[in-house]
Design a binder for this molecule. Structure first.
Ligand SMILES: Cc1cn([C@H]2C[C@H](O)[C@@H](COP(=O)(O)OP(=O)(O)OP(=O)(O)O)O2)c(=O)[nH]c1=O
Length: 192
């Protein structure tokens, strides 16, 4: 069986895969994430995931099956990770009282066969209205700073989220249902 390599620095993605009881390696991907505005955001997330997978694949993992992902938030425009606290404030202000989409692009590369697959998953997330006071308090926890859209559904931002429509794990950074399906259909690899 091929070796699974998670091309990611995200502790959340690692944890989601670990929940399956899988054996896998983690290798950091080093790409410069540029959120281009001139391509469709779904395509952008898939492209960024592919860049991460390709970056790790260039290390010559003979029989590696490389998995990478990229998560962005879409509310009018694309929201990545906040650059600073002011940026986080503006993102959370935009999300307050509104619905938005969380898109995670996924890429898988089978190094042996040089086969590459990309896909994405979309989850709709509904925020209640959040007061400025709550936004400042939330930013002060430090939770928003390493997360797309400046929030973590799995953390304190759970207090702001009324409901979601779609895969919860997709919001946290890895659409595990979609990944399992792609692995089975394209690489004959059963994650169970
Ligand atoms: C919306 C949302 C995002 N996130 C996280 C998932 C991703 O880790 C991060 C988006 O940044 P990404 O660039 O997708 O990932 P990353 O830089 O953390 O890790 P790597 O590129 O090495 O794989 O935001 C949450 O943890 N919870 C949430 O609710």
């Amino acid at each position: 069986m091929s070796r699974i390599i998670l091309a990611s620095n995200s502790p959340r993605r690692k944890e989601i895969l670990e929940n399956l009881g899988l054996q896998f390696h983690v290798v950091n991907s080093e790409i410069n994430e540029i959120l281009k505005e001139n391509i469709h955001p779904y395509k952008l997330a898939s492209n960024l995931a592919l860049q991460k997978a390709e970056n790790v694949a260039s290390n010559n993992y003979a029989d590696g099956l490389i998995v990478a992902a990229d998560t962005i938030v879409i509310r009018d425009n694309v929201l990545g990770k906040p650059q600073n606290q002011q940026d986080a404030y503006e993102m959370l202000k935009k999300l307050s009282g509104n619905a938005h989409e969380v898109v995670t692009g996924v890429a898988i590369i089978d190094c042996k066969r040089n086969k590459k697959i990309t896909d994405y998953e979309v989850t709709k997330v509904y925020f209640r209205e959040i007061s400025d006071e709550e936004i400042y308090k939330y930013i002060a926890t430090g939770e928003p700073m390493d997360k797309a859209g400046a929030y973590g559904i799995q953390g304190k931002a759970s207090l702001f989220i009324k409901k979601i429509d779609g895969d919860y794990f997709n919001v946290v950074g890895l659409p595990i249902y979609k990944l399992g399906k792609l692995m089975q259909e394209h690489f004959n690899y059963n994650l169970l």
